[in-house]
Design a protein around this ligand. Structure first.
Ligand code: ZN
Length: 288
C-alpha cells in the first residue's frame, strides 16, 4: 500500500469515527419523527408508546437523537448512520453497504432493514426499545442526501467552507445549517412552526406524491435502498459548485431548503409507513 493511500485510509478511519460526522442535527431528526407520529395508525401508535423508554414521556420524537449519543458506547453502530459511494451518485448495496472492515450490511440501509426485521420478530435477541430508537433515527439519516455522498470526502465532512460568515463544512450545511437558517429567517426560531409548515406542504403541495413516497413493494425488507439511491442523486447536486473554502450564501440556501424540507417530509411519512407495517395486527403485543 502506497504511503498516500495509507494516509488516506487512516484519515478516513479517524474522521469517520469523529462524533460530529454523519447525522442530521437534532432538529432534523426531531422533525422526521414528529411528522411520522402524525401518520401512525392507532394500533402502531399504541405499540410504539409501549416500547418507548420512560424518559421519552410517551413522545417518539424525543428518542430520535438517541442513536447519535450511542456512538461511543456502541462503537460498532458508527457506520450505520450512512452509506457513502465512490463518487458515482448511486447507491449499490453489494458495493456500498459495509463498514471499514468490509463486514456486510453495516450501513444505514442494512440498519433500517435489520431493525425493522428485529421489531417484527418477537423472538429477536435485540432489545425492542433500542431497535425502535435505532430505526427511527436511521430512517431519518438515509434521507439526508450527504449521508449517501462521496466517500472520498466523507459525505462532505472534509469540505471545509463558510456558511455565510460562519465556518462549517458541506456535511454540516445539510445536517444543521440549512434548517437553522430557515428557522431563524422564516419560522421565528420555532421548530414546531417549521414542522407545521412541512406538514401543510404534505397535505397540499405534495398531496399527489405522498402515497408514492410510502409505496414499497418489498415484502421481506424495507425500501431503504431506494431512499439511499434518491439521497445519492441529491448529494451529487449538493456538491455542484462547492469547493474547499467556498462561501455558501443565499443562492445555495434557497436551492437547498426545498430539498431539505421534502426529505424531512419523506422521512417522516416513510418512517410511519414502516412502523404501521411492523405493528399492524400488533403481532409483538399478541405474542408477548
Ligand atoms: Zn445519525
Amino acid at each position: 500500500m502506497g504511503l498516500l493511500l495509507l494516509l488516506h485510509v487512516l484519515l478516513v478511519t479517524v474522521v469517520a469515527t469523529a462524533p460530529t460526522a454523519h447525522a442530521w442535527g437534532k432538529d432534523g431528526h426531531y422533525m422526521v419523527c414528529k411528522i411520522a407520529e402524525g401518520f401512525l395508525t392507532d394500533e402502531a401508535s399504541t405499540a410504539v408508546k409501549d416500547l418507548l423508554p420512560g424518559w421519552a414521556g410517551g413522545d417518539l420524537a424525543e428518542t430520535c437523537l438517541w442513536a447519535d449519543k450511542q456512538r461511543f458506547r456502541y462503537r460498532w453502530s458508527s457506520p450505520l448512520h450512512f452509506a457513502d459511494n465512490p463518487g458515482d451518485c448511486k447507491f449499490d448495496y453489494a458495493r456500498d453497504c459495509h463498514n471499514t472492515k468490509g463486514e456486510k450490511d453495516m450501513c444505514v440501509v442494512g440498519a433500517v432493514n435489520n431493525y425493522t426485521a428485529a421489531l417484527k420478530d418477537s423472538s429477536s435477541p435485540f432489545d425492542p426499545t433500542e431497535s425502535l430508537m435505532f430505526l427511527a433515527h436511521f430512517v431519518g439519516d438515509v434521507h439526508q442526501p450527504l449521508h449517501c455522498g462521496n466517500a472520498d470526502n466523507l459525505g462532505g465532512n472534509t469540505i471545509k467552507l463558510h456558511w455565510y460568515r460562519r465556518q462549517s463544512n458541506l456535511h454540516k450545511v445539510w445536517d444543521v445549517e440549512v434548517i437553522e437558517t430557515a428557522m431563524k429567517d422564516f419560522y421565528n426560531d420555532d421548530r414546531s412552526t417549521m414542522i407545521e409548515a412541512i406538514k401543510l406542504n404534505i397535505t397540499e403541495e405534495w398531496s399527489n406524491e405522498e402515497k408514492q413516497w410510502e409505496a414499497c413493494r418489498s415484502r421481506a425488507k424495507t425500501c431503504a435502498d431506494k431512499y439511499a439511491m434518491e439521497s445519492a442523486q441529491l448529494a451529487c447536486k449538493a456538491y455542484e459548485g462547492v469547493e474547499q473554502d467556498s462561501t455558501l450564501e443565499d443562492d445555495y440556501f434557497f436551492a437547498a431548503l426545498p430539498v431539505v424540507q421534502k426529505r424531512i417530509a419523506q422521512g417522516g411519512v416513510r418512517l410511519a409507513a414502516i412502523l404501521n407495517k411492523i405493528f399492524s395486527g400488533n403481532r409483538r403485543l399478541q405474542s408477548s
